[in-house]
Ligand binder design. Sequence first.
Ligand code: ADP
Ligand code: MN
Ligand code: MN
Ligand code: MN
Length: 338
Amino acid sequence: MSKIMAEYLWLDGSMPTAQLRSKTKIIEGTVTRLEDIPEWGFDGSSTQQASGHFSDCLLRPVYYVLDPIRKEGSLLVMCEVLNPDGSVHASNGRARLREVAGEYVNQDPWFGIEQEYTLFKNNWPAGWPAGGFPAPQGDYYCGVGTNMVTARPLVEAHMKACLDAGLKFCGINAEVMLGQWEFQIGPLPPLQMADELWLARWLLLRLGEDSGYSVSFSPKPMPGDWNGAGAHTNFSTKEMRAPGGIKVIEEACRVLGLNHDKHISVYGAGNDQRLTGKHETCAITQFRFGVSDRGASIRIPMATANSGAGYLEDRRPAANADPYQVCAALLKTVCGRW
Ligand code: ADP
Ligand code: MN
Ligand code: MN
Ligand code: MN
């Protein structure tokens, strides 16, 4: 009988930003579908998900891919956290997205997230002189060459790992601040996009260990005249993608403007440090949408405006936003007219 190393991943109860946790279970047998992966448990008192005297939480596998690091049939298993009686745990945002997404499947929503992040080494941004500062930003975005970009081996290894895992990974680029990079996932239906983004984040954190980089999803890792890090969320429905869909996109933007505060409340902690109105953002207290406008809250991409159909880009979510919550908010507002 074969033995499979299955890494179970879940989100903990850390506030205000949940963190990834994972542990390994050896499964004896074969896994050809989700139902072959057993439920499991963990000590919720060590993850801010339970008190010490009643500490067990349940892990229910909900999505799995091949583990590109261990290979040889090993698995990465995304899980939902449940209470011992099988009810949904308070920290389980995926269950809420599952519910909301279920209501709007007929609109065939697609999501794609651009995940920006900052690499640190020895508690200082990667590629920066120790305790000092590199040349001002301006040349680093999509740069090439030593002193222009940094940590490319890790970034490449991460991309290959995501592709080997079968994730719908669609690109990478070096970002405006030295040490900052971006990868993109999508387009996919909401639950799958969010699961794959969490898996891709885990792979990045995990691969960073091998070369001593730590990954920061802080919305504003360095104060001052340095770009923050976001998680631009691209979104479309069947109607938006069909001829004349631009009208539906503009209407969606108007409804999003009416619900700005609700969205900001789930778009990541510390986002006020990033959404200042500078560095390609719109101030957190304002809402604006526009074609090709990288200083707007919502950008309608040029290709969408030109062809009269496509998708919108919500530029507000921070790099540390939880995609389960971001997708649920967009579905409720746009598909459900919140
Ligand atoms: P930007 O020009 O803002 O840097 P990127 O190329 O980095 O854009 O990212 C584009 C994102 O849009 C990707 O995550 C991709 O999956 C997503 N995307 C593309 N088409 C659609 C669509 N029809 N609906 C939703 N998301 C989409
Ligand atoms: Mn991008
Ligand atoms: Mn970017
Ligand atoms: Mn973008």
